[in-house]
Design a protein around this ligand. Sequence first.
Ligand SMILES: [Zn+2]
Length: 579
Amino acid sequence: MKKLISVILCFTILIGTLAVSSAASEPEGIKWDGDPVIFLQGFTGSPLIKDQGLETEETILGAGSEFDITKILTSLPGIIAGIAIYALTGNSKLLSGGFADLAAAKLDNMSCLPDGSSKHNVTTFPYYAEDASVATLIANGQEAFIPEAGLTTAIREYVPDESLYIFNNDWRMGQIENSESLDRFIGEVLSITGKDKVDIYALSHGGQLAATYLYYHGTEGEVDNVVLNVPSIQGTSIVKGLLGDGAANFQMDEISRFLSVMLQTETDLRFLGKILPGEFLNKLLKVVFVEVFQPVALNFGSIWDFMDIETYEDYKAKYLDPTVNSGLIEKADKMHFDCMANIGKGLRAAQASGVSISIMSNYGTRLGSGEAIDADFVIDTSSTSGAYTAVFGEHFADDYTPKYTVCDDKSHNHISPSRTVDATCAYLPENTWFINGQYHGQAAYDSYSLSLLLKLLLTDDIKDIYSDPDYPQFELAQCPVDAVYAKFSDSISGRFTDASNTLLIRNISKEHTIVIRSLSADGVEFDIEKKTTVAPGEEILVPCSGLSDEEFIAIEMTYARKGKPFTSPFNKTFYFTAA
Ligand SMILES: [Zn+2]
């Protein structure tokens, strides 16, 4: 899904290819368990190739595809004129015409027929496991097919290249079709490596695919560890929003923060939020999506899999014809009413048969398209985890009763310290880790997320959320852009006890010394020295007391970067609940 968003951003603010630098600092204490690892990418990650092996071969998307600069230049006048006319009159015809001309050839190559099958002879590469290990790709000069450099580089620190496999698929197809392809691929990897089981890392749309595989094949004994990182298990409300009648409402200040994380830069990009013409860009995005992409995307099985069951029913009635689209509908019906409706049960059945499934779910960010839904910008937290979430910006009331539908052990605390996430109804309440403030697919830039991910995938050390107090069910993202991390020093993250009397504040920036300007708990100021500074990597301890009669507190901090007197200060709120 991350790549879909990059595509959207390209059309809105003309950001080019995103550079990805090296991963965060190397996690400690990781010893690979010896199982081959299969890597599943997010939406649009796999290359699509037309007429592979024929004279007319052409890479439509992904490694090896050519960016036709002539075509772009010849289309530019039309697009600029279209933008001008749209801005002046609101008439979008010329504008979408300009984009359509530019995209026509690529979009036609990518098109599917009304039954969901490909219009052209389109395949992916590597497809068979014999071509798909990192060692083979390197030996054949095909490094370009190794995806997600930040994360694959980190995995390769521990796993030999012969044992890391890249699984590709035709991401336009529905997940049930693709899960059969994954089943075939796993068999090939086991046969090549001579091992009994594989480990699977699956991101986003790839996470929905791995979950679908586990639903249909999870009890067949071929998988050891599976990490579903922000899996789009019940789709994403972004697709619902883009296909709906409402306006797009992407928040420009949130986009600027997301850009900092994607670009892995601590440069303060908040000014973008102030200068970007948000309303215009949202209108433009909607016009381009509806008039250019929507007609093509509606024949993709994957687009339908991105809708929750209720949205699917509504939009199926609105957009699909029972006769013309019967092939597409048959597959999408099965995905929704069989797999997605029962996915929690399916994952637990796979777990009971010995598969170690871990879900990493992010929360604490408004859904990118603007609805007040708790998300990681791209996918609803409830979709990735099965958890129930509060309306974004609100907290559960004091008398909130947890759902207890999957875990009904009253001695467990599955409510987030922010009182916004209830994991008692998650697909896997004891095996889901929630990371507050982590953006979709950006784990490699976050020292905490990366370390958790590698431990879950490569070792058998962490069995559940109780295994290691360093990896509790709820933790804050620790991305350098966020600069400050805080917890009570005698307690696990986000919790405090009657005895808590020291707040630990850590500077997680790699570049900037921070100056704490104010610190308050529920509006009461902490007594800190004026201009308390904390260098990168350093921690300070702030004494505090009087928390014992509170159940839930918000600690607000204002800080600035030292030596940057003209930057406006940053505000951050940390939520804590009694343990
Ligand atoms: Zn529980």
